[in-house]
Design a protein around this ligand. Structure first.
Ligand code: HEC
Ligand code: HEC
Ligand code: HEC
Ligand code: HEC
Ligand code: HEC
Ligand code: HEC
Length: 251
């Protein structure tokens, strides 16, 4: 009898989760696929009489892993916190590490390509994806970056100037929930270290010991902490429950 009631609760909860998950977790509204991961940088632009700067993650991650920009070149993972300046760019730092007329269009004289104030600026180039045999998803930018990488459709560079040391760590973690009825979330190190360095996550976002990170729950994740640092803005979004909780029922 006890087992039966337990089973009933699990079944009801399964239904409940798929019915009201979005409302319950108050998931943020997603932009159109071609704008997911696009940002407007405006720490200093408008104050200095130029339009804010458009930057598209999908356009750049076709060619570069995250670590190129977020480890090697020093961009923070929070918009408007990096001190990118016109002078620094000219000296070959930040955007200027590539936008130098060799790797990508020159920094001088192409002001409007960056300072256009248009978050949808890269839109016209989004059909590059229709020509690729990518596995598509229904969420975020709609691109399955994990599969595209493993199939070799993409081979984003790991560095531009300084070769990084490759530390491989493939451990798959199963993160059990505080609520025992919730199917656990998986955390595959491999899918992450293909794009990121250890120091993108350790020790600032996560402790380096399983289940020791404090306040590690969905409400904090949805406020942009932990997995939410990337899975609300650039990597596939929180709406894709089953990609993290494979045991959860289809909604
Ligand atoms: C070509 C450079 C480049 C690459 C590659 C890149 N980023 Fe970024 N990213 C940036 C810049 C620039 C910013 C804004 C920094 C600022 O304004 O201080 C940013 C911001 C972010 C933010 C904050 C977004 C927000 O809405 O506030 C996150 C999260 C992020 N990046 C994650 C990633 C991940 C994950 C990858 C790899 C899948 C990646 N980035 C690849 C340059 C890059
Ligand atoms: C490859 C992209 C890119 C190009 C091209 C570019 N900029 Fe910028 N620029 C940036 C970024 C990113 C920032 C930092 C934006 C911010 O924080 O508001 C910036 C900042 C600035 C600022 C803010 C104040 C300062 O001194 O840093 C000015 C002014 C500026 N750029 C002028 C220009 C002019 C003029 C051109 C053309 C000759 C130009 N930029 C070309 C990316 C670019
Ligand atoms: C690691 C190298 C690299 C860095 C760093 C980088 N870019 Fe780029 N960017 C490229 C390349 C390569 C392209 C050309 C992509 C293509 O083939 O369409 C590009 C394209 C662009 C475009 C598209 C222009 C168009 O007409 O389609 C914009 C806008 C842009 N970058 C802005 C920026 C800004 C702003 C920064 C800094 C915040 C930045 N990029 C940093 C390599 C880089
Ligand atoms: C990017 C990965 C990721 C996605 C996507 C995701 N979750 Fe989670 N979720 C976690 C992690 C990590 C935890 C904390 C550890 C655990 O409970 O397994 C968690 C915990 C939970 C919990 C336990 C209670 C709590 O608040 O911590 C529930 C319920 C839950 N998730 C439901 C969902 C639903 C519904 C969705 C889809 C709308 C979803 N999750 C999408 C990673 C994710
Ligand atoms: C995208 C984020 C991310 C990246 C990148 C990352 N990790 Fe982790 N790592 C985690 C999370 C999440 C945990 C679990 C933390 C918890 O449960 O409190 C973890 C746990 C660990 C653990 C403890 C495992 C256990 O079973 O207790 C080790 C060791 C570890 N990581 C090493 C690494 C190394 C080495 C790298 C680089 C090659 C790396 N990690 C890159 C997110 C990351
Ligand atoms: C620093 C950024 C970052 C953080 C933090 C992060 N991820 Fe990811 N994650 C990525 C990127 C980038 C990918 C590649 C797929 C993509 O971009 O959509 C990825 C892929 C995954 C995948 C692989 C899905 C597949 O199809 O194989 C899972 C599962 C996942 N993340 C779960 C998590 C969980 C759970 C957490 C928190 C414990 C987390 N991630 C934290 C950036 C991050």
């Amino acid at each position: 009898m006890k087992n039966f009631i337990g089973l009933l609760i699990i079944l009801l909860l399964g239904l409940w989760i798929s019915a009201v998950e979005a409302a319950f977790f108050n998931l943020p509204q997603l932009p159109p696929a071609e704008e997911y991961g696009n940002i407007l940088i405006n720490r200093a632009s408008v104050a200095n009489n130029v339009k804010s700067v458009s930057f598209s993650h999908w356009q750049h991650r076709l060619k570069y892993t995250c670590r190129v920009c977020h480890s090697e070149l020093g961009f923070n993972m929070k918009t408007n916190t990096t001190e990118i300046t016109e002078l620094a760019n000219r000296k070959g730092k930040y955007c200027g590490a590539c936008h130098n007329g060799k790797i990508a269009f020159r920094h001088n004289g192409n002001c409007d390509k960056c300072h256009n104030g248009n978050i949808a600026y890269a839109q016209g180039k989004f059909d590059v994806f229709s020509k690729f045999p990518f596995a598509r998803t229904s969420y975020g930018d709609g691109i399955n970056w994990v599969e595209s990488l493993s199939q070799g459709t993409l081979s984003p560079a790991k560095y531009v100037k300084t070769k990084s040391q490759d530390i491989s760590f493939d451990k798959m973690l199963v993160l059990d929930s505080e609520m025992s009825i919730i199917p656990p979330s998986i955390f595959p190190h491999k899918a992450h270290t293909a794009w990121l360095d250890c120091d993108s996550c350790h020790p600032e976002i996560f402790n380096i010991k399983k289940k020791t990170t404090k306040f590690f729950s969905m409400s904090y994740i949805l406020r942009g902490e932990f997995c939410g640092v990337c899975h609300l803005t650039v990597a596939f979004p929180m709406d894709d429950c089953r990609r993290c909780h494979p045991g959860m029922r289809e909604g």
